[in-house]
Design a protein around this ligand. Structure first.
Ligand code: FAD
Length: 386
């Protein structure tokens, strides 16, 4: 296997690094207009929606360059390339793959220009892991669907303008995967109510979302009626893009190393403690393993083979690694590890304590570890079900 990059790929890496050197000042030196300028500049370069077709305003770039871009951005701890994480990660790709021409023209530019933020309405109170069992009901009435039901754990719902929503249009199908329909719904629709939920880190980033006779034009249906499952499966594969997760872990390891260098343990620098060094080396090896695994899947994508279940492997690894790294950082800080943002004694503005309390984000969000194990067992290893 050849791990080397081609001269043009290396040139692209240099281009990204040069850009970062010029346009990413240290945090303390960033003015109030930094983010708006940053978003404008990366957009002008064609780096937002890097691999999306040029016809819809994307960059039309290749998958390897996209991986390089993400890697360099993560290592430099750069801000995101757009304000709608979900819009860029899976709503946009879903619309490009399944949307009508009118939907592409209407929704894609706003995602790329950071004009709108999207959230995702899949999970319901009794249907999280068993996603296909959804009950949120959409009934056709003339040119509209009328939606009734509830979603839960909807990240970003309190500030999003749009939601990609899974509804059931047919309750009589023999397979629960049939009869599901995907709708694109404005969050200010009459009858739609958002009730934020506070998590244990004190954030209110997710919510319950209630639908009472919400009318959604048929023109806002993504894909065919009853074929919403197909749209979701490809969206979920995008959500678990293996390489993206690895670069974030390298960046986190980098921050952890800085913490280790700045911390004393048993009266001497923690960085000189063999036990600490061993833990850091173990984290590094685990992330490297994720990287090479991710590269195998990237190779598949470059060959034009679709990614589905494989992305569960790195999702599963990342879940346990995040917890191990957060726990290690908090323990390393001793008493200071107990302080959250706002406290004078908080280290790194309380980010490690917060991250440690926010483990459900990466462990449960996007599917639990047990579900990833089921997927790996059944679809990758082809183990018998009983
Ligand atoms: C921070 C965060 C953000 C989220 N954001 C969103 C979002 O934006 N949009 C959205 O739609 N959802 C979101 N979710 C919801 C998330 O997708 C679900 O919580 C998750 O899929 C689990 O579903 P559940 O909570 O219903 O748990 P359950 O499905 O009830 O699972 C409970 C336990 O049972 C286990 N289990 C369930 N079924 C099986 C099985 N077949 N085999 C083995 N074990 C099983 C699970 O692994 C888990 O340990 C978010 C969740 C979190 C924590």
């Amino acid at each position: 296997m050849d791990f080397d990059y081609s001269p043009s790929e290396e040139a692209f890496r240099k281009e990204v690094r040069d850009f970062l050197k010029e346009n990413l000042p240290p945090r303390k030196e960033r003015g109030s207009d930094f983010l708006a300028n940053w978003l404008r500049k990366v957009r002008a370069r064609g780096w937002v929606g890097f691999s999306w077709p040029k016809a819809y305003g994307g960059g039309g770039g290749g998958l390897v360059e996209q991986a390089i871009l993400r890697e360099e951005m993560a290592l430099a701890k750069a801000p995101p390339l757009g304000t709608s994480f979900m819009g860029l990660a899976w709503v946009g790709p879903g619309i490009i793959q399944y949307g009508t021409e009118e939907q592409k023209q209407r929704f894609i530019p706003d995602i790329l220009d950071s004009k709108v933020t999207w959230c995702t309405g899949y999970s319901e109170p009794n249907h999280g892991s068993d996603l296909a069992a959804i009950q949120c009901k959409a009934v056709r009435d003339g040119d509209d669907y009328v939606v009734n039901g509830q979603k839960i754990w909807t990240s970003g719902a309190p500030w999003s303008q749009w939601i990609i929503l899974l509804t059931r249009t047919d309750f009589s199908t023999t397979s629960k995967h049939d009869g599901i329909t995907c709708l694109l719904v404005p969050m200010d629709s009459p009858g739609l109510e958002v009730r934020p939920i506070e998590n244990m880190a004190g954030d209110r980033h997710f919510a319950e979302v209630f639908f009472r006779d919400v009318r959604v034009p048929v023109a806002n249906r993504l894909g065919q009626e009853g074929e919403g499952w197909k749209v979701t499966v490809s969206a979920l594969a995008n959500e678990r893009s293996s390489i993206g997760e690895v670069t974030q872990m390298f960046s986190k390891l980098d921050t952890l190393k800085e913490l280790v260098r700045a911390t004393a343990r048993n009266g001497r620098p923690a960085a000189k403690d063999p036990a600490v060094r061993r833990r850091i080396a173990t984290f590094e090896m685990k992330i490297a393993a994720m990287k090479y695994n991710g590269l195998r899947y990237l190779t598949k994508q470059i060959r034009g083979e679709p990614l589905t279940s494989e992305t569960s492997v790195n999702k599963l690894h990342r879940a346990s690694l995040e917890i191990e790294m957060d726990d290690f950082a908090v323990a390393l800080m001793g008493q200071a590890g107990l302080h959250l943002r706002g406290s004078d004694d908080a280290v790194d503005a309380g980010s490690w304590s917060k991250s440690s309390l926010s483990w459900p984000n990466v462990v449960i969000g996007g599917g639990t570890p047990n579900i990833q194990r089921n997927i790996i067992a059944e679809r990758i290893l082809h183990l018998p079900k009983d």
